[in-house]
Design a protein around this ligand. Structure first.
Ligand SMILES: [Zn+2]
Length: 348
């Protein structure tokens, strides 16, 4: 067996299998968006985990997996150090392991898939979702994990729930972890969970693209993906979308809050309020009844997150309310060094 000091120089076959399943899930934006989500496989002393900033969708065409020594990562957890691995790939790319590396190390199963599925992000953010989900997931080896920030705090929250040997973890205000002894086993569990959590989308009014284009300030454009407009065209969704961010990646890629513009209100005035509150340029304006405008510099990570939010909100059951990350938590996420690193990679 290799000692953790001898970093592998080539990719084991297991990583090819990991790449194939990761690319499949990464291509489905109902399962994950942009650089969100991460996957891993354990091979002896090594955990092969997605690199920070990499997209699951690119798993088969690019080098995106990094070997991390499991024992060193776990020892870091005891020492309160969030250790990451760096690795130069056979193709010469220097990669750093995901911000969620320790999450993958503590889940004992060999294969671990962490995804931000639309259904799991929605249920995990619904007020009282834990009880509703318990009925739907009855019979599955699952646990609810209280919210904490991605990195060591989230990993610790997961460790608290591992006693029952769960293979499905619903991460509050975040998403889903599914794990198992083989990829087909994980795949079956994932789709079983997704089916049980699925909610129908309610009909939504049409998008007013012409009016949106006409209203767009310089440097903004109508959202790239059609479903993103659902955040604004439907009045219930507009209310829910402008109240806060229901999961970390919405903040990481779209800022502190989506800026709502009600009919009769000016976009410039709404932007000023946001700038004063957060010292940031708005990433998104939701123009009530019309659709979403996105800042040109936001990029595809943010566009895909906005689409996911639209898809979540039209599935929010009647009378259900979303819960949001507290503002101090959001500011923590936006200032967070590991996230800055991830964002800087994405801008490359
Ligand atoms: Zn995540």
């Amino acid at each position: 067996m290799k000692s953790p000091n001898e970093t592998p120089s080539t990719l084991p076959k297991l990583v090819t299998e990991l790449a194939s399943w990761s690319a499949r899930y990464g291509a489905d934006r109902m399962l994950t968006q942009g650089a969100g989500g991460n996957t891993s496989v354990k091979d002896g002393d090594w955990l092969w985990v997605k690199a920070s900033g990499a997209w699951l969708e690119h798993a088969e065409e690019r080098e995106i997996f990094v070997p991390a020594p499991v024992a060193t990562i776990l020892a870091g957890l005891s020492a309160n150090e969030d250790r990451k691995a760096e690795w130069t790939t056979p193709g010469g790319r220097l990669l750093r392991s995901s911000i969620e590396t320790s999450l993958h190390a503590v889940v004992p199963d060999r294969w671990v898939f962490h995804l931000h599925t639309v259904a799991s992000m929605l249920w995990s953010a619904i007020d009282g979702g834990r009880t509703a989900v318990a009925d739907r997931l009855q019979g599955l080896p699952w646990e609810w994990v209280r919210y904490d920030r991605p990195g060591l705090p989230l990993t610790r929250a997961i460790v608290e729930r591992l006693g029952s040997k769960p293979q499905v973890l619903l991460l509050e205000n975040h998403g889903l972890v599914v794990s198992g002894a083989s990829c087909p086993e994980v795949d079956e569990l994932l789709w079983d969970t997704e089916q049980r959590l699925a909610l129908p989308a309610r009909p939504v009014p049409a998008v007013h693209l012409e009016a949106l284009r006409a209203a767009a300030p310089a440097g903004y454009h109508p959202a790239l993906y059609a479903d993103a407009h659902w955040c604004a065209t439907d009045s219930d969704s507009f209310e829910a979308a402008t109240m806060g961010m229901p999961a970390p990646d919405f903040a990481v890629f779209l800022g502190a809050r989506l800026v709502g513009v009600r009919s009769g209100q000016s976009i410039a005035a709404a932007a000023d309020l946001y700038r004063r509150e957060f010292g940031l340029e708005p990433a998104v304006f939701l123009v009530e009844g019309h659709g979403a405008l996105v800042r040109d510099s936001v990029g595809d990570n943010g566009e895909q997150m906005l689409e996911a939010l639209g898809r979540m909100l039209v599935r929010l059951p009647e009378n259900a309310k979303l819960t949001y990350l507290p503002i101090p938590e959001i500011l923590g996420l936006l200032d967070w060094d590991a996230e800055k690193y991830r964002q800087s990679l994405i801008k490359e």
